[in-house]
Ligand binder design. Structure first.
Ligand code: HEM
Length: 214
């Protein structure tokens, strides 16, 4: 298989993996498998997958710097859009089943409950990113402006983690693990870290070349 075929296969596998939690949730919904509190199950599953996929999106660039696998960048848009897909399900569950589509209730909730404020802020930041994710929008905005806009994903990640930290009442371990992963992924973008990773990779590549050189 050539490189193009390999990337297409990886993309198909990642697509199926990212869709699997939704498929499992849909099957559970149609087979009475959502447990005693279906709203809680849906909110929990969609919230967790939003955060996991948001962090996976943020992991792609550092992983590319670490490995030199340029093709990894081609997964970023898909994984990011899946994060947004789960966020839409998460928000819709809240808006329809918690807030009964009552806009005044949502506005009051966003103003009153800090964890809802943080979640909503993340949502508001991710909407323009999803809307400008196409190649046509990159061309329209210009790469520089597009990249600047898409830096909002870092703030959205921070708000997503704060949302989780603030809503948990007792056991903070899980949100703290997400916070730790986010901190590492943000630190991996510091110029000094990027330079170190790239230098390490070139050194490794140099050694490999020397090993095969006559
Ligand atoms: C990037 C944005 C967001 C992320 C990453 C996220 C993630 C999460 C996570 C991980 C949970 C915990 C699930 C659990 O363990 O039970 C959760 C719960 C929840 N989220 Fe979000 N969320 C986001 C945005 C929102 C928004 C926009 C709203 C509504 C305006 C919202 C409303 C809720 C509610 C009501 C809960 C359940 C709280 C409870 O158990 O009392 N989230 N979210």
């Amino acid at each position: 298989m050539n490189r193009k075929g390999q990337v297409a296969t990886v993309k198909a596998v990642v697509f199926a993996a990212a869709l699997a939690p939704f498929t499992a949730l849909a099957i559970a919904a149609f087979t009475n498998g959502l447990g005693a509190n279906p709203v809680e199950t849906i909110t929990h599953t969609t919230g967790e997958w939003t955060l996991r996929l948001l962090l996976a999106t943020l992991a792609i660039t550092p992983l590319r710097h670490l490995t030199g696998w340029v093709w990894l960048a081609r997964l970023r848009r898909m994984v990011g859009l899946f994060a947004f897909f789960y966020l839409m399900l998460h928000f819709t569950t809240y808006a329809v089943l918690d807030a009964s589509l009552d806009l005044a209730y949502v506005v009051e909730d966003v103003a009153d409950r800090l964890y809802i404020t943080a979640g909503f802020a993340a949502f508001v930041m991710l909407v323009p990113l999803a809307a400008t994710s196409t190649n046509a929008m990159v061309r329209r905005l210009g790469p520089l402006r597009w990249r600047r806009l898409h830096r909002l994903v870092y703030a959205a990640g921070v708000c997503g983690v704060l949302h989780y930290l603030w809503l948990v009442k007792a056991d903070l371990r899980e949100p703290l693990v997400y916070a730790g992963i986010l901190a590492v992924l943000l630190a991996a973008r510091l110029p000094i870290v990027v330079k170190t990773l790239q230098a390490r990779r070139s050194k490794g590549a140099g050694k490999a070349t020397a090993a095969v050189a006559p």
